[in-house]
Design a binder for this molecule. Structure first.
Ligand SMILES: *Cc1c(COP(=O)(O)O)cnc(C)c1O
Length: 427
């Protein structure tokens, strides 16, 4: 037995799970090569953006107080603008999470009387309160901004005719959620986003198109802003923070959209000029520098999980051979106990809190109990190895992240081991 097998055995993985995993992995080498090539491409793009914008040692030092002349913050925003192909960017620790970044983009670019149209079906859970689909204090609805939505077609594409019918003279902003998030539909490709953006602009040039880019950064080679979108929005404790950013969100896009967002985030009249970066800049820069390879590790983990659970006949989305446009992997177990065992296996494989046992629990925004596995360095960070399982049919887990592939691989092996020791799966 070689050293790594011995160590795996000592860390609870049986010989049969090790052998099966090796067998599954040996069929994935072409997929992994593609992922590595993609990471290399994005790594060079990131490096070039750092060099073109003259990131310096001084850029890594933050400011305090008002944050006037925060060179590092301003330079980082130029780097993000270049990387995601926007005219300008807002990248701030004062943006508390992805939901906040999306809410900021919406509130700052919509006015009372405007209508928001979602064309990728119901938006992410937390946005439903932002919009006011579920009543909440301070929602867009409270400010007289109305909302309509158009679902995707059965084949998972945009419904062009329904979009045409839903557009009216008050429609001001179109929201597209690229990632499936925790819903049962495919993630959208940039190519599909490009096609629908062109269609919308041909009908209504004055409508803004916002793409919720969460979990999708550095996965596709193209950028939504090149394909007709006006804003992309995301979280720094997902892909672009590379696991190092401790907090934050971003909006990249048209100058006017970013200016609106900055004046809403800080204050009318102050805009981007204030907002002290304190001590977070070096982790924002270093995290962004690491992000292409960290995203690649997460993608390899997702492909491995898909291929492993396909062997047992469980429906997985996307499939191990499918094109990927985000890092989320869904596995449908069809039974609650399997969802729980899977998450316990992931938790037990964590570098932090490996000894705690997650349990299903009611969560705000969810209509069923949810079990969450995460043993993270950054609280709630889902670029780190993590899994969420709503305890309701079809009993799927949504698995994502992994700062290194070796860790993602062990986590997935451990999930299978747990399913076996709980008597749910046998080899
Ligand atoms: C994570 C995520 C968000 C925002 O989530 P936060 O938890 O607030 O960061 C929004 N949309 C999608 C698709 C996401 O994956």
């Amino acid at each position: 037995m070689n050293e790594i097998h011995k160590l795996y055995r000592e860390m609870g993985i049986s010989g049969e799970v090790i052998d099966l995993s090796q067998d599954v992995l040996s069929a994935l080498s072409d997929r992994f090569e593609d992922i590595d090539r993609n990471a290399e491409y994005h790594q060079m793009r990131v490096l070039r953006a750092f060099q073109d914008n003259k990131v310096s040692e001084a850029s890594l030092i933050g400011t305090t107080g008002y944050g006037y002349n925060d060179i590092g913050r301003d330079t980082l925003e130029s780097v993000y603008a270049q990387l995601f192909h926007g005219e300008d960017a807002l990248v701030r620790s004062q943006i508390t999470c992805g939901t906040h970044a999306l809410a900021l983009a919406l509130f700052s670019n919509l006015r009372p009387g405007d209508e928001l149209l979602s064309i990728s079906g119901a938006p992410y859970d937390t946005l439903q309160e932002v919009i006011g689909i579920r009543p909440s204090k301070g929602s867009l609805a409270e400010y007289g901004i109305t909302y309509t939505e158009v679902g995707l077609t059965d084949s998972g594409d945009f419904d062009f005719e329904a979009i045409r019918a839903a557009l009216n003279e008050r429609t001001r902003l179109i929201a597209i959620q690229k990632s499936k998030g925790y819903s049962d539909r495919p993630t959208l490709s940039n190519e599909a986003i490009g096609r629908v953006s062109k269609f919308i602009k041909s009908l209504r040039q004055d409508c803004l198109i916002m793409v919720d880019n969460c979990y999708a950064e550095f996965v596709d080679k193209s950028e939504p802003l090149d394909l007709g979108a006006d804003m992309v929005v995301g979280s720094l404790i997902k892909n672009p923070g590379g696991g190092l950013a401790p907090v934050g969100g971003y909006i990249v896009g048209k100058s006017e959209c970013i200016e609106n967002a900055a004046h809403r985030l800080t204050s009318p009249g102050l805009g981007k000029e204030v907002g002290a970066s304190l001590g977070v800049l070096s982790s924002f820069y270093q995290g962004l520098f690491m992000a292409p390879t960290v995203t690649a590790a997460a993608l390899k983990g997702a492909v491995f999980a898909a291929a492993l659970y396909e062997r047992f006949g469980f429906p997985v989305r996307p499939g191990s051979r499918d094109e990927r446009h985000d890092i989320i992997q869904a596995v449908t177990f069809g039974r609650a106990d399997a969802v729980i065992s899977f998450c316990k296996g992931i938790q037990a494989a964590s570098p932090v809190d490996s000894f705690v046992s997650p349990e299903p629990w009611p969560m705000p925004g969810y209509d069923s109990n949810v079990i969450m596995a995460a043993g993270n360095f950054i609280s709630g960070s889902s670029i780190e190895l993590s899994a969420d399982g709503p305890i309701k049919p079809p009993y799927s887990v949504f698995f994502q992240g992994g700062l290194t592939f070796a860790h993602a691989k062990y986590g997935i092996m451990n999930s299978l081991q747990k399913l076996m020791s709980d008597g749910i799966i046998s080899l």
